[in-house]
Design a protein around this ligand. Structure first.
Ligand code: PLP
Length: 409
């Protein structure tokens, strides 16, 4: 008899996303011809840069010839891509790593979930509220969150409130926490952390021996000069932080799958007997056991993202999305709505007009304006009173969306 990992069962009633899906499906049944505008998606719409497509085409051709065919690659990734990352994503910010500190992943999500597997289940975890559900859900599966309370929170999670009153900037917990998940620029609030705020977290982690798991999936959207592009711009961070990055949102790799995870050699965790162990070789060992590497074709495409032509294309695509964000924000503000985010991230965090709940406003936008948003409550109780809109749509569709919202309001 195989016994189930019963932590899975704790998740079944957890997802407000399934409730949202049901509402969208019933809308589609009632209005089969409706022209729904999708401002709820996390997926990008613009294609990958042409140089990346060409590089992948060449990689496919190599695979088709015996002389250039490649089978399993290095689990940690090919050096050509690791070198490009070191040179382009870290060196310009004064950050030096050895190639062995970078692990190519198949997008950020798997590593965000898997990294917890090298850490004991009884570590305390700190998670911002609101938050993307993946940090909590993967922690639930490893039995780290305790039980779900009546209000939907988890008994063993230390919630770090990000509220309008603190400008959605996470405050340091009053107690010590073993592991803290930070996602900046943030999904869903669209807020990024300025240098002095990130510094507070690094200092907290150094003082409290806390591990920071930093999701930097949206770093390419940073516009502000006071916003670090990497946690490692902060002194001491390599002793306390893992950084997980992705080519999904900057370069349209959501379907291709490639990114990287940085595990510095200075980073350690402690055994129950008090021995300090480097996390870098442990993560390498974990990857060797559970992973066979990211495809050569994806990695060749990712390497090409660092060509001047691709960099220019990425820059233009980001401007495109951020112009959408700016336009929607301005239009909604002119309608009297309070809108946060959208400056350093492609997400807008819109305050719901009273007395509606976030779910009710989501439904109103869906049924009365035919716009798909995401109710803030889906990201935890701290998301109540807000909806999230994304800028991942065609410009004209965003313009149409604000007109519809205006008419509805
Ligand atoms: N992190 C955040 C905050 C995200 O919003 C997403 C996807 O939307 C991911 C990670 C996953 O990205 P990837 O496509 O790299 O797995």
């Amino acid at each position: 008899m195989a016994l189930l990992n019963e932590h899975f069962l704790k998740l079944s009633d957890n997802s407000l996303f399934s409730e949202i899906e049901k509402k969208v499906n019933s809308f589609k049944v009632i209005h089969p011809k409706a022209d729904l505008i999708h401002l709820g998606t996390e997926d990008v719409i613009l294609p990958i840069p042409a140089t990346a497509a060409d590089a992948m085409q060449r990689a496919i051709d190599e695979m088709g010839k015996e002389s250039t065919f490649r089978g399993y690659g290095p689990v940690k990734g090919y050096n050509f891509l690791i070198d490009a990352i070191l040179k382009n994503d870290y060196a310009p910010y004064g950050i030096q790593f050895e190639p062995g500190e970078i692990f190519i992943n198949d997008g950020a999500k798997c590593d965000i979930g898997n990294i917890g597997n090298i850490l004991r289940h009884d570590n305390t975890i700190g998670i911002t509220d609101p938050t993307h559900p993946m940090y909590i859900n993967s922690s639930v599966l490893s039995g780290r969150t305790g039980e779900m309370e009546k209000d939907g929170s988890w008994s063993n999670v230390i919630y770090i409130p990000c509220r309008e009153s603190n400008h959605f900037i996470p405050e340091l917990p009053s107690q010590r926490v073993d592991i803290v998940y930070l996602c900046y620029p943030n999904n869903p609030t669209g807020i990024a952390l300025p240098r002095h705020e990130l510094k507070k977290w690094v200092n907290y982690a150094l003082e409290n021996d806390t591990l920071l798991i930093c999701d930097s999936t949206y770093k390419a959207y940073i516009q502000g000069s006071d916003i670090p592009h990497s946690i490692y711009e902060i002194k001491g961070a390599r002793k306390v932080a893992i950084e997980i990055c992705s080519f999904s949102k900057c370069a349209g790799f959501t379907g291709i799958r490639c990114g990287y995870t940085t595990v510095p050699k200075e980073l350690t965790a402690v055994t129950l007997s008090g021995e300090r162990v480097q996390l870098n070789p442990i993560w390498e060992q974990y990857q060797k056991i559970r992973y066979n590497g990211t495809s050569y074709i994806s990695q060749k495409g990712a390497e090409a993202l660092y060509s001047p032509e691709a960099k220019e294309q990425i820059r233009k695509n980001i401007i495109y999305y951020m112009n959408n964000a700016r336009m929607i924000k301005k239009a909604l503000e002119n309608m009297g709505l309070k809108v946060y985010g959208g400056k350093d991230a492609p997400y807008l965090w819109v305050k719901v007009p009273r007395p509606l709940s976030s779910m009710k406003f989501f439904e109103k936008l869906l049924f009365d304006a035919q716009i798909l948003s995401t109710p803030g409550i889906a990201y935890g109780s701290g998301g109540e009173g807000f909806i999230r809109l994304t800028a991942f749509e065609r410009k004209e569709r965003c313009e149409e969306a604000v007109q519809r919202i205006c008419r509805y309001l």
